[in-house]
Design a protein around this ligand. Sequence first.
Ligand code: F6P
Length: 357
Amino acid sequence: MKRIGMLTSGGDCQALNAAMRGVVKTLFNSGEQVEIYGFLEGYRGLIYGNFQMLTSKDFSGILTKGGTILGSSRTPFKTIQDPDENGLDKVEAMKQNYYKLKLDVLVILGGNGTHKTANLLRTEGLNVVTLPKTIDNDLWGTDMTFGFQSAVNIATDCIDCIHTTAASHGRIFIVEIMGHKVGWLPLNAGMAGGADIILLPEIPYDIDKICEAIKIRHERGAGFTIIAVAEGAISKEKAAMSKKELKKLMENYPYPSVSYEVADEIKKKTGQDVRVTVPGHTQRGGSPCPYDRVFASRLGAEAGSLILKGEYGFMVGYRNREIVKVPLEDVAGKLKTLSPDAPIIKEAKLLGISFGD
Ligand code: F6P
């Protein structure tokens, strides 16, 4: 008999359900007796003992379903060791619930913050197996996270739609794409959607370089320009500031987000009209694309097989086209950032894409 606790934590994404289904199908198909305890709303469920017992039926028909059947929440790692508002020791509470239910392992699906807490629970003696989810694809130890390809598809569709209207009206359009710290999603969607300029958190921009790129396009006869801007895009001036200076400056920031600032500056410098589109959370929504369904199912199957072998303390990831197990201590606390010298950036520049640098 295996008693499995399961939770999904942090921002949701597509294929969370597909991944859980992969784990559960593998376990049930093995013939092993299995009990599944689904903790609701991420670590919150584990802290407060809020769970549901699930059967194989609960995982049927969810391969194509977006979101997560368990619900999710953000439980920041930086405060996980602080007592809650009633003085409860959250880490101790998670351990107690794990032991009370006599769990053999916790299956945790999440991104960066989630992995830090998962690793903490491992060091506290709990058996943990994790799966890498996030539309940002910024988790260290895996070349790919599930959710990413689905989000690339949605953000690309958005740029495609903007393309036709931008061309008809001869306008400059900005599409703001998710990614606060890391630009894998805006880079890939920007390239797939044929954006002319892509602004990423890793490559601080110079507004004059952006205007120059627009001018060159104009001179070549292109009547419109598409700019893909990461949520976390940053100007060279701001990137050069200390954390303290930047915090102070942002206290009176007059724009809803960086895209509106870039739009305003382009308008002032070129006199041209700029429109901003923000697909926002649509990028995390809807059903997973076929790639993510297959990918998450494979990861889930491997997680199930690790559990059957009693191999714990790993994230199931993907490296060099192979599904691998990566020790949790290697994953926790590290971001997979995009190097400005990465081949894909060089190739994008060869294609004539400007990064505003
Ligand atoms: O989960 C990742 C992510 O979607 C980021 O791309 C984005 O910056 C952030 O979450 C948005 O967070 P929230 O849903 O809490 O607003």
